[in-house]
Structure formats: C-alpha cells, structure tokens
Design a protein around this ligand. Structure first.
Ligand code: NAD
Length: 345
C-alpha cells in the first residue's frame, strides 16, 4: 500500500499500522502534525471495504484535526485513528479496545484518542485501562457530542446571519443527514428554535426517536439532497458533497457536523459557483474537541464559552471569502495554516 504516493498524504509525521493477533485488532493511527501540541483526534470504527480506503480516511481525518484544533485556538496537534471492523459485529469489545489502548500507549503520548463514529465513551473507558493517552472520559469531559451539536447549531445560525442578515431559525427548513450522537442533539436545538426538520438515516431506531421527540419528517436516504430546504446539514459520513449530489441541492447553505464533507477540494469551488454558502466542516464541528481540551480541569461554562466562538470564527471566514472572492474552505485552510506554521517558528 503506497502511503507517500497517496493523494491524501499531506506530510503526516507518523502513520502506524497496528495489529493484535489475539483480538484481531486492525487499526491505523495517523499523527498529522504536532506543531501546536500532541495530536488529538477520535477513533473511528468502520467496516472499510479495503485497507486502502481505511488509510485514505485516516489520512484525511487526521489532517482535518490539525486544522480544526488550530482554528479552534487549542494547544493541540492533529491525529486520528481508524479500526477496521464492523462495529455491529464485535465478539469481544473489551479485548478489542484494550488492544487498541495498548497500541495508542506505544506512541508514548504523541497521539491522544477519543470517540468517533462507531466508537462510544464506554469503549474509550476500556482503552483507558491500558493507557492514559485517551480523552472524553466519563467523569471528566465525557461525551463530546452535545458540544459538537452546540457548535454546529451556532454555525448554522452564523450562516443564516451572513446570508440573510438575521439569525433566527424560526421557520427555516433544515435537512439533517444522520441523526446519531451529534444529529440527535442538533435536531433538539434546531427544533427548540422553531426550525422545520427533515431527517434521514440508515438506522430506523435513531430516525424514530428524532421524529417522535422533535416532530421531524423522515425521508429516504437518496431523497435528502434534492429537498426544497434552506440548509442541508450533513451529519453522517464524509464526501457527501460530490459530483452526483451537488446538482441535486436546492439548499443555499451546507452546514453540518460530518468530517470531510467535500469529496474533493474542487467541490468547494462548485458550491461557490452555485452561490451555496459552505460552513467549512472542521470549523463548524470543533465543539466536541474544544470540550475535550478541558479534560483535565473540567469546566463546562468555560468550555461552552469557547464553543460559542465558532459563531464569530465562521462569520469572519464568510466575510473574508466574500471580500476576496474565494471559497470559504480555502480561506479557512489559509487561516489555519498561518497558525500551524506560526507555531513551528
Ligand atoms: P454516529 O455514528 O453517532 O452517527 C452517525 C449517524 O449517521 C448514525 O445514526 C448512522 O446510522 C448514520 N448514517 C451512516 N451512514 C448513513 C447514510 N449513508 N445515510 C444516512 N445516515 C447514515 O456519529 P456522530 O458521533 O454523531 O458523528 C457524526 C459525524 O460528525 C461524523 O462524520 C463524525 O466524524 C462527525 N463528528 C462527530 C463529533 C462528535 O462529537 N461525535 C465531533 C466532530 C465531528
């Protein structure tokens, strides 16, 4: 498997393939950049079709973490890990996450893990028995999802504000793709403010809960892109902004919590051409990692105040992108790079 030739390789500092024969653990840990501090980023468990797909994911996700942590003003570098396995079909979860914890420990603190898709706080608590290099623990900062949802909610408001001059979500139609950990709390906030919700998921239980709790309308997964809504909020997996989906979009705003929403950089250009305002994913979804950054001296008020800054950061990016006639994602990348490179000097 060619790592350095991969299109997703971006001068990553360290990429470690981990295997444990007894538990069958197959994982890849990528430390992208540690200029600002040790690399922080969650662990994703997914039934990848190939090792190549898993590698591509971890390379892209870890780079996103470096940029996310920089723009969120955190003293943390960027990293990520993936476990190649079907989360619904694990024989011995305790043994698997203990093996994962040992693998993280071998990196000696250059990478700290936490939860991501397919991995929960309980799994990280298991890994914690093998290594202190994990975060988002019960009794400390805990589940990051409500904070990711808060940041995403404020990011949607910032996008509405930039586009329309007001930031009330009353009567605003929002489609949410993926109503898992973050999607649930996001829908709760949007509903409380009077937004009209359209939701899709491949998990019927998750759908039913959000439909019942927040009066959301359920749509089929393939229908989510073409809905006549104001905002499309991708909150499942990445790369949903691509050649097939962009022509279907009727929303004038793309703002959701999923990582790596643009399949390729050029899809950001395409959104701009169509006058669709894009809230760069790693800016709008930084709430969870901001909360994790308070792990060792947990203070919910201070964490919330820092998450709330996402609103202003996004307004700055939107304004600058307009003034410079550039895409929001390129402007965000440039702002993040200035911070990362500044720290290296
Ligand atoms: P989750 O696994 O709890 O939820 C994801 C949901 O998406 C699930 O309900 C799943 O069934 C659904 N889904 C998967 N494939 C789908 C498809 N093709 N169509 C529709 N629905 C689909 O994960 P989460 O923690 O809520 O994270 C959601 C996204 O936000 C991920 O991209 C994650 O990387 C990102 N994110 C999460 C956090 C966090 O704090 N949890 C922080 C930053 C970014």
């Amino acid at each position: 498997m060619a790592v350095f030739d991969s299109v997703s390789f971006d001068n990553h500092e360290q990429i470690v393939h981990c295997h444990d024969e007894e538990t069958g653990l197959k994982a890849i840990i990528a430390v992208h950049n540690t200029n600002l501090g040790p690399a922080f980023g969650g662990c994703r468990m997914w039934n990848y079709d190939s090792d190549k797909e898993a590698l591509n994911d971890v390379l892209r996700l870890s780079r996103g973490m470096t940029y996310k942590n920089a723009l969120a003003g955190l003293s943390m570098g960027g990293g990520k890990s993936v476990i190649i396995a079907d989360p619904k079909n694990i024989k011995d979860r305790e043994a698997l996450f203990r093996a994962f914890g040992r693998a993280v420990h071998k990196l000696g603190g250059s990478y700290y893990s936490a939860e991501d898709v397919g991995v929960g706080t309980a799994d990280i608590m298991i890994a914690y028995q093998e290594t202190p290099f994990v975060a988002g623990l019960e009794g400390k900062s805990g589940d990051p999802s409500p904070f990711t949802a808060l940041g995403t909610y404020l990011g949607i408001k910032a996008a509405i504000k930039h586009q329309r001059g007001f930031d009330s979500l009353k009567g605003i139609k929002i489609s949410v793709q993926g109503v898992g950990h973050v999607g649930y709390y996001l829908c709760q906030r949007l509903h409380e403010e009077g937004a009209e919700l359209f939701i899709t998921d491949i998990n019927q239980d998750n759908l039913n809960k959000v439909a019942t709790d927040f009066g959301a309308t359920i749509v089929a997964p393939e229908d989510i892109y073409g809905l006549d809504v104001d905002v499309y909020a991708p909150c499942a997996l990445g790369a949903t902004i691509n050649d097939e989906t962009i022509p279907q979009l009727k929303a004038s705003i793309v703002a959701g919590c999923a990582n790596n929403q643009l399949a390729e950089l050029r899809h950001g250009d395409k959104l701009k051409e169509l006058n669709i305002l894009y809230a760069p994913d790693y800016v709008i979804n930084a709430g969870g990692i901001i909360n994790v950054s308070f792990e060792n001296d947990y203070d919910a008020t201070a964490s919330t105040a820092k998450v709330e800054k996402i609103y202003d950061t996004l307004l700055t990016i939107f304004k600058r992108a307009d003034e410079e006639n550039r895409t929001t994602n390129v402007v965000a990348d440039e702002m993040a790079r200035a911070i990362i490179e500044g720290a290296a000097k």
